[in-house]
Design a protein around this ligand. Structure first.
Ligand code: CND
Ligand code: ZN
Length: 367
Protein backbone atom coordinates (compact mmCIF):
# COMPACT_ATOMS: atom_id res chain seq x y z
CA UNK A 1 0.00 0.00 0.00
CA UNK A 2 0.97 3.66 -0.36
CA UNK A 3 1.58 5.93 2.62
CA UNK A 4 2.56 9.58 2.95
CA UNK A 5 5.79 9.70 4.93
CA UNK A 6 8.47 12.21 5.95
CA UNK A 7 11.79 10.90 4.61
CA UNK A 8 15.22 12.14 5.66
CA UNK A 9 17.66 11.45 2.78
CA UNK A 10 20.75 12.90 4.42
CA UNK A 11 21.74 14.94 7.45
CA UNK A 12 21.42 18.66 6.88
CA UNK A 13 18.46 18.33 4.53
CA UNK A 14 14.83 18.96 5.38
CA UNK A 15 12.31 16.15 5.66
CA UNK A 16 10.67 15.40 2.31
CA UNK A 17 7.11 14.15 2.03
CA UNK A 18 6.74 11.18 -0.31
CA UNK A 19 4.18 8.49 -1.03
CA UNK A 20 6.23 5.46 -0.02
CA UNK A 21 5.30 1.81 -0.52
CA UNK A 22 4.58 -0.08 2.69
CA UNK A 23 4.71 -3.89 2.57
CA UNK A 24 2.16 -5.94 4.50
CA UNK A 25 3.11 -6.88 8.07
CA UNK A 26 4.98 -10.18 8.32
CA UNK A 27 4.55 -12.69 11.16
CA UNK A 28 4.78 -10.94 14.52
CA UNK A 29 4.28 -7.47 13.01
CA UNK A 30 1.49 -4.93 13.03
CA UNK A 31 0.42 -2.26 10.52
CA UNK A 32 -0.48 0.93 12.39
CA UNK A 33 -2.44 3.86 10.95
CA UNK A 34 -0.77 6.76 12.73
CA UNK A 35 -2.98 9.46 14.23
CA UNK A 36 -0.29 11.69 15.72
CA UNK A 37 3.51 11.86 15.75
CA UNK A 38 5.43 13.65 18.51
CA UNK A 39 8.05 16.26 17.66
CA UNK A 40 11.06 15.23 19.78
CA UNK A 41 14.57 16.65 19.70
CA UNK A 42 16.08 13.18 19.11
CA UNK A 43 14.76 13.25 15.51
CA UNK A 44 16.16 16.76 15.13
CA UNK A 45 19.58 15.47 16.26
CA UNK A 46 19.44 13.03 13.33
CA UNK A 47 18.29 15.74 10.89
CA UNK A 48 21.20 17.99 11.87
CA UNK A 49 23.71 15.13 11.88
CA UNK A 50 24.37 15.51 15.60
CA UNK A 51 23.33 11.85 15.96
CA UNK A 52 23.89 9.27 13.24
CA UNK A 53 21.24 6.87 11.97
CA UNK A 54 20.94 4.74 8.82
CA UNK A 55 19.49 6.88 6.00
CA UNK A 56 17.36 7.45 4.02
CA UNK A 57 14.86 6.80 6.77
CA UNK A 58 11.38 7.64 7.93
CA UNK A 59 11.97 9.32 11.28
CA UNK A 60 9.63 9.73 14.26
CA UNK A 61 9.74 7.68 17.46
CA UNK A 62 6.87 9.20 19.46
CA UNK A 63 3.29 8.63 18.33
CA UNK A 64 -0.07 6.95 18.67
CA UNK A 65 -2.43 5.32 16.21
CA UNK A 66 -4.86 2.55 15.39
CA UNK A 67 -4.02 -1.00 14.33
CA UNK A 68 -5.03 -1.45 10.67
CA UNK A 69 -3.85 -5.04 10.10
CA UNK A 70 -1.91 -7.71 11.96
CA UNK A 71 0.55 -10.29 10.65
CA UNK A 72 0.47 -14.03 11.35
CA UNK A 73 0.68 -15.09 14.97
CA UNK A 74 -0.07 -11.67 16.48
CA UNK A 75 -2.18 -12.11 19.62
CA UNK A 76 -1.78 -9.02 21.83
CA UNK A 77 -3.58 -6.55 19.50
CA UNK A 78 -6.08 -6.68 16.65
CA UNK A 79 -7.40 -4.31 13.96
CA UNK A 80 -9.09 -1.28 15.51
CA UNK A 81 -7.06 -1.30 18.74
CA UNK A 82 -5.50 2.00 19.78
CA UNK A 83 -1.77 1.69 20.35
CA UNK A 84 1.38 3.55 21.33
CA UNK A 85 4.57 2.48 19.50
CA UNK A 86 7.44 1.73 21.90
CA UNK A 87 10.64 3.00 20.34
CA UNK A 88 12.99 0.46 21.84
CA UNK A 89 12.35 -3.05 20.57
CA UNK A 90 12.99 -5.69 23.23
CA UNK A 91 13.16 -9.48 23.02
CA UNK A 92 11.44 -10.15 26.34
CA UNK A 93 13.86 -12.94 27.21
CA UNK A 94 17.35 -11.56 27.88
CA UNK A 95 18.81 -10.50 31.24
CA UNK A 96 17.86 -6.85 30.60
CA UNK A 97 14.27 -7.59 29.56
CA UNK A 98 13.69 -9.95 32.48
CA UNK A 99 15.67 -7.67 34.81
CA UNK A 100 13.36 -4.69 34.29
CA UNK A 101 15.45 -2.67 31.79
CA UNK A 102 14.04 -3.67 28.36
CA UNK A 103 15.53 -0.55 26.74
CA UNK A 104 18.98 -2.11 27.21
CA UNK A 105 18.02 -5.19 25.14
CA UNK A 106 20.45 -5.96 22.30
CA UNK A 107 17.53 -6.38 19.88
CA UNK A 108 16.62 -2.71 20.27
CA UNK A 109 20.17 -1.60 19.64
CA UNK A 110 20.35 -3.76 16.51
CA UNK A 111 17.10 -2.34 15.09
CA UNK A 112 18.33 1.19 15.85
CA UNK A 113 21.74 0.46 14.26
CA UNK A 114 20.48 -1.21 11.07
CA UNK A 115 17.25 0.73 10.47
CA UNK A 116 15.58 -2.60 9.70
CA UNK A 117 13.04 -4.75 11.52
CA UNK A 118 13.90 -7.89 13.49
CA UNK A 119 14.25 -10.13 10.41
CA UNK A 120 16.86 -7.75 8.98
CA UNK A 121 14.65 -6.24 6.25
CA UNK A 122 12.66 -3.04 5.78
CA UNK A 123 8.95 -2.72 4.97
CA UNK A 124 9.39 0.68 3.28
CA UNK A 125 10.47 1.37 -0.31
CA UNK A 126 10.38 4.40 -2.58
CA UNK A 127 10.70 3.82 -6.32
CA UNK A 128 11.89 0.30 -5.52
CA UNK A 129 14.71 1.52 -3.22
CA UNK A 130 14.85 0.60 0.45
CA UNK A 131 13.90 3.25 3.01
CA UNK A 132 15.00 2.59 6.60
CA UNK A 133 12.89 2.44 9.74
CA UNK A 134 13.81 4.60 12.73
CA UNK A 135 13.98 2.69 16.02
CA UNK A 136 11.57 0.19 14.48
CA UNK A 137 8.59 2.56 14.75
CA UNK A 138 8.87 5.41 12.15
CA UNK A 139 5.92 7.40 13.42
CA UNK A 140 6.26 10.06 10.67
CA UNK A 141 4.39 7.88 8.21
CA UNK A 142 0.61 7.68 7.84
CA UNK A 143 1.07 3.87 7.97
CA UNK A 144 3.97 2.09 9.65
CA UNK A 145 4.80 -1.60 10.13
CA UNK A 146 5.98 -2.19 13.68
CA UNK A 147 6.99 -5.35 15.59
CA UNK A 148 4.17 -6.60 17.83
CA UNK A 149 6.59 -6.38 20.77
CA UNK A 150 6.82 -2.62 20.11
CA UNK A 151 3.15 -1.70 20.27
CA UNK A 152 1.19 -1.23 23.46
CA UNK A 153 -2.61 -1.28 23.47
CA UNK A 154 -4.17 1.70 25.21
CA UNK A 155 -7.79 2.52 26.09
CA UNK A 156 -9.94 3.77 23.18
CA UNK A 157 -11.16 6.88 24.99
CA UNK A 158 -7.72 8.43 25.44
CA UNK A 159 -7.18 11.26 22.90
CA UNK A 160 -4.49 9.98 20.53
CA UNK A 161 -2.61 13.30 20.28
CA UNK A 162 -2.11 13.31 24.06
CA UNK A 163 -1.41 9.58 24.17
CA UNK A 164 1.42 10.10 21.66
CA UNK A 165 3.37 12.15 24.20
CA UNK A 166 3.44 9.21 26.61
CA UNK A 167 5.54 7.22 24.11
CA UNK A 168 8.68 9.33 24.57
CA UNK A 169 8.60 12.73 26.31
CA UNK A 170 6.57 11.66 29.35
CA UNK A 171 7.94 8.20 29.99
CA UNK A 172 11.52 9.37 29.37
CA UNK A 173 11.26 12.32 31.77
CA UNK A 174 9.05 10.91 34.50
CA UNK A 175 10.76 7.53 34.22
CA UNK A 176 14.22 9.04 34.75
CA UNK A 177 12.91 10.41 38.05
CA UNK A 178 11.01 7.32 39.23
CA UNK A 179 13.11 4.45 37.87
CA UNK A 180 16.64 5.76 37.48
CA UNK A 181 17.18 8.37 40.22
CA UNK A 182 14.35 7.15 42.49
CA UNK A 183 13.88 10.70 43.80
CA UNK A 184 12.96 10.74 47.49
CA UNK A 185 10.22 12.94 49.02
CA UNK A 186 11.61 16.15 50.50
CA UNK A 187 14.73 16.14 48.32
CA UNK A 188 16.11 18.85 46.04
CA UNK A 189 16.13 18.42 42.25
CA UNK A 190 17.78 20.39 39.47
CA UNK A 191 16.61 20.12 35.85
CA UNK A 192 18.82 21.70 33.17
CA UNK A 193 16.87 22.09 29.92
CA UNK A 194 13.10 22.28 30.27
CA UNK A 195 11.85 21.35 26.81
CA UNK A 196 9.40 18.54 26.10
CA UNK A 197 11.40 15.93 28.01
CA UNK A 198 12.78 18.22 30.75
CA UNK A 199 9.29 19.42 31.69
CA UNK A 200 8.45 15.81 32.39
CA UNK A 201 11.46 15.50 34.66
CA UNK A 202 10.07 18.56 36.47
CA UNK A 203 6.59 17.07 36.81
CA UNK A 204 8.05 13.69 37.77
CA UNK A 205 10.04 15.35 40.55
CA UNK A 206 6.89 17.12 41.76
CA UNK A 207 4.98 13.80 41.73
CA UNK A 208 7.82 12.18 43.69
CA UNK A 209 7.46 14.81 46.39
CA UNK A 210 10.66 16.78 45.88
CA UNK A 211 10.69 19.85 48.13
CA UNK A 212 12.79 22.06 45.86
CA UNK A 213 12.76 21.85 42.07
CA UNK A 214 15.15 24.22 40.31
CA UNK A 215 14.68 24.61 36.54
CA UNK A 216 17.44 26.01 34.31
CA UNK A 217 16.95 27.03 30.69
CA UNK A 218 18.06 29.81 28.33
CA UNK A 219 14.51 30.92 27.53
CA UNK A 220 12.09 32.62 29.94
CA UNK A 221 9.19 31.01 28.04
CA UNK A 222 10.52 27.57 28.97
CA UNK A 223 10.98 28.63 32.58
CA UNK A 224 7.33 29.79 32.66
CA UNK A 225 6.31 26.30 31.49
CA UNK A 226 8.61 24.80 34.15
CA UNK A 227 6.85 26.71 36.93
CA UNK A 228 3.51 25.49 35.59
CA UNK A 229 4.86 21.90 35.77
CA UNK A 230 6.07 22.24 39.38
CA UNK A 231 9.40 24.09 39.46
CA UNK A 232 9.80 26.05 42.69
CA UNK A 233 12.78 28.10 41.45
CA UNK A 234 14.02 29.07 37.99
CA UNK A 235 17.38 30.22 36.66
CA UNK A 236 17.93 31.73 33.22
CA UNK A 237 21.40 30.47 32.27
CA UNK A 238 21.84 33.19 29.67
CA UNK A 239 22.28 35.75 32.44
CA UNK A 240 25.13 34.21 34.45
CA UNK A 241 26.69 31.03 35.78
CA UNK A 242 23.88 28.55 36.55
CA UNK A 243 26.13 26.53 38.90
CA UNK A 244 26.71 29.54 41.16
CA UNK A 245 22.99 30.35 41.06
CA UNK A 246 22.05 26.80 42.09
CA UNK A 247 24.64 26.81 44.91
CA UNK A 248 23.11 30.11 46.12
CA UNK A 249 19.60 28.68 46.02
CA UNK A 250 20.68 25.71 48.16
CA UNK A 251 22.69 27.65 50.76
CA UNK A 252 25.94 26.30 49.24
CA UNK A 253 24.96 22.66 49.76
CA UNK A 254 24.03 21.67 46.22
CA UNK A 255 21.16 19.42 45.09
CA UNK A 256 20.38 15.77 45.74
CA UNK A 257 19.59 15.06 42.08
CA UNK A 258 20.50 16.90 38.88
CA UNK A 259 19.12 15.99 35.46
CA UNK A 260 20.66 17.13 32.17
CA UNK A 261 18.01 17.15 29.45
CA UNK A 262 19.74 18.88 26.53
CA UNK A 263 22.64 16.72 25.33
CA UNK A 264 25.66 19.00 25.81
CA UNK A 265 28.82 17.93 27.70
CA UNK A 266 29.02 21.47 29.11
CA UNK A 267 25.58 21.27 30.75
CA UNK A 268 26.24 17.68 31.87
CA UNK A 269 29.25 19.00 33.76
CA UNK A 270 27.11 21.83 35.16
CA UNK A 271 24.61 19.27 36.45
CA UNK A 272 27.41 17.33 38.14
CA UNK A 273 28.95 20.49 39.62
CA UNK A 274 25.63 21.37 41.30
CA UNK A 275 25.47 18.12 43.31
CA UNK A 276 25.54 17.84 47.08
CA UNK A 277 27.58 15.06 48.70
CA UNK A 278 26.08 11.69 47.65
CA UNK A 279 24.11 13.53 44.95
CA UNK A 280 23.28 11.87 41.65
CA UNK A 281 23.50 13.45 38.19
CA UNK A 282 21.40 11.78 35.49
CA UNK A 283 22.12 12.47 31.82
CA UNK A 284 18.95 12.22 29.73
CA UNK A 285 20.01 14.41 26.78
CA UNK A 286 21.81 12.68 23.94
CA UNK A 287 25.09 13.70 22.29
CA UNK A 288 27.13 12.50 19.31
CA UNK A 289 28.45 8.98 19.96
CA UNK A 290 31.98 10.39 20.27
CA UNK A 291 31.17 13.05 22.91
CA UNK A 292 32.84 12.81 26.32
CA UNK A 293 32.38 14.43 29.69
CA UNK A 294 34.94 14.58 32.49
CA UNK A 295 34.51 15.07 36.25
CA UNK A 296 36.98 15.51 39.12
CA UNK A 297 37.84 12.03 40.41
CA UNK A 298 38.03 13.02 44.07
CA UNK A 299 34.43 14.29 44.07
CA UNK A 300 33.45 10.71 43.23
CA UNK A 301 35.53 9.39 46.13
CA UNK A 302 35.40 12.00 48.91
CA UNK A 303 31.81 13.03 48.19
CA UNK A 304 30.39 9.78 46.80
CA UNK A 305 28.73 11.60 43.95
CA UNK A 306 27.14 9.54 41.17
CA UNK A 307 27.07 10.25 37.44
CA UNK A 308 24.75 8.07 35.37
CA UNK A 309 22.36 8.20 32.42
CA UNK A 310 18.86 7.06 31.60
CA UNK A 311 17.49 5.68 28.34
CA UNK A 312 13.73 5.59 27.71
CA UNK A 313 13.04 6.51 31.32
CA UNK A 314 14.82 3.32 32.48
CA UNK A 315 11.25 2.10 32.19
CA UNK A 316 9.21 -1.03 31.74
CA UNK A 317 6.81 0.61 29.26
CA UNK A 318 4.11 -2.07 29.59
CA UNK A 319 3.97 -1.35 33.30
CA UNK A 320 4.75 2.37 33.33
CA UNK A 321 2.55 3.68 30.49
CA UNK A 322 -0.69 2.34 32.04
CA UNK A 323 0.41 3.94 35.34
CA UNK A 324 0.99 7.26 33.55
CA UNK A 325 -2.48 7.01 31.97
CA UNK A 326 -3.97 6.50 35.44
CA UNK A 327 -2.07 9.55 36.72
CA UNK A 328 -3.38 11.63 33.78
CA UNK A 329 -6.94 10.52 34.47
CA UNK A 330 -6.52 11.38 38.15
CA UNK A 331 -5.45 14.88 36.99
CA UNK A 332 -2.00 14.40 38.52
CA UNK A 333 -0.06 14.21 35.24
CA UNK A 334 -0.10 17.21 32.90
CA UNK A 335 -0.59 16.08 29.31
CA UNK A 336 -3.04 18.71 28.04
CA UNK A 337 -0.70 21.49 29.19
CA UNK A 338 2.28 19.74 27.57
CA UNK A 339 0.67 19.67 24.12
CA UNK A 340 1.12 23.32 23.22
CA UNK A 341 0.79 23.00 19.45
CA UNK A 342 -0.55 20.66 16.80
CA UNK A 343 0.49 20.81 13.13
CA UNK A 344 -0.96 19.12 10.06
CA UNK A 345 1.54 16.43 8.96
CA UNK A 346 2.37 18.43 5.81
CA UNK A 347 3.86 21.16 8.06
CA UNK A 348 6.33 18.87 9.82
CA UNK A 349 9.37 20.96 8.84
CA UNK A 350 7.72 24.03 10.36
CA UNK A 351 7.01 21.99 13.52
CA UNK A 352 10.75 21.23 13.78
CA UNK A 353 11.67 24.85 13.07
CA UNK A 354 9.41 25.90 15.96
CA UNK A 355 11.09 23.31 18.22
CA UNK A 356 14.50 24.74 17.26
CA UNK A 357 13.28 28.26 18.03
CA UNK A 358 12.12 27.03 21.44
CA UNK A 359 8.50 28.08 20.91
CA UNK A 360 6.70 24.99 22.17
CA UNK A 361 6.58 22.74 25.23
CA UNK A 362 5.78 19.73 23.03
CA UNK A 363 4.02 19.59 19.67
CA UNK A 364 2.62 16.84 17.49
CA UNK A 365 1.91 16.44 13.81
CA UNK A 366 -1.48 14.93 13.02
CA UNK A 367 -2.47 12.75 10.06
P1 CND B 1 13.80 20.47 23.49
O1 CND B 1 14.46 21.15 22.37
O2 CND B 1 12.32 20.52 23.61
O3 CND B 1 14.41 20.99 24.89
C1 CND B 1 15.75 21.35 25.09
C2 CND B 1 15.75 22.55 26.04
O4 CND B 1 17.08 22.86 26.40
C3 CND B 1 15.16 23.81 25.40
O5 CND B 1 14.16 24.33 26.24
C4 CND B 1 16.37 24.74 25.29
O6 CND B 1 16.02 26.11 25.43
C5 CND B 1 17.23 24.26 26.45
N1 CND B 1 18.66 24.57 26.33
C6 CND B 1 19.46 24.50 25.23
N2 CND B 1 20.73 24.83 25.54
C7 CND B 1 20.74 25.14 26.86
C8 CND B 1 21.76 25.55 27.78
N3 CND B 1 23.03 25.71 27.39
N4 CND B 1 21.41 25.75 29.08
C9 CND B 1 20.13 25.59 29.49
N5 CND B 1 19.13 25.20 28.67
C10 CND B 1 19.43 24.98 27.38
O7 CND B 1 14.28 18.93 23.42
P2 CND B 1 13.57 17.62 24.04
O8 CND B 1 13.03 17.94 25.37
O9 CND B 1 12.72 17.00 22.99
O10 CND B 1 14.85 16.67 24.18
C11 CND B 1 15.87 16.98 25.13
C12 CND B 1 17.01 15.99 25.01
O11 CND B 1 16.55 14.71 25.43
C13 CND B 1 17.52 15.82 23.59
O12 CND B 1 18.92 15.64 23.62
C14 CND B 1 16.83 14.55 23.14
O13 CND B 1 17.49 13.94 22.07
C15 CND B 1 16.93 13.77 24.42
C16 CND B 1 16.07 12.53 24.51
C17 CND B 1 16.59 11.49 25.26
C18 CND B 1 15.85 10.32 25.39
C19 CND B 1 16.39 9.21 26.24
O14 CND B 1 15.87 8.11 26.19
N6 CND B 1 17.41 9.45 27.05
C20 CND B 1 14.61 10.22 24.76
N7 CND B 1 14.13 11.26 24.03
C21 CND B 1 14.84 12.42 23.91
ZN1 ZN C 1 12.34 11.22 22.23
Amino acid sequence: MKSTAAVLFEAGRKLELHDVDVAAPKAGEVLVRMAAGGVCHSDLHVMTGHLTAPLPAILGHEGAGVVAEVGAGVTSVRAGDHVIPLWRVSCGECEHCTGGRPALCAAGLEVRRTGRLLDGTSRFTLGGKEIKHFNGVSTFSAYSVIPERSVLKIPDDLPLDRAALLGCAVITGVGAVFNCAKVRPGSSVLVIGTGGVGLNVVQGAALAGAERIIAVDLLDRKLDFARQFGATHTVNASSGDPVAAVRDLTGGRGVDYAFEVIGLPKTMRQAYDCLAKRGMAVVVGVSPFTAEVSVPVMSLVFEERVLTGSIYGSARPRHDIPMLIDLYRAKKLKLDELLTRSYPFEEINEAYAALERGEVARSVVTF
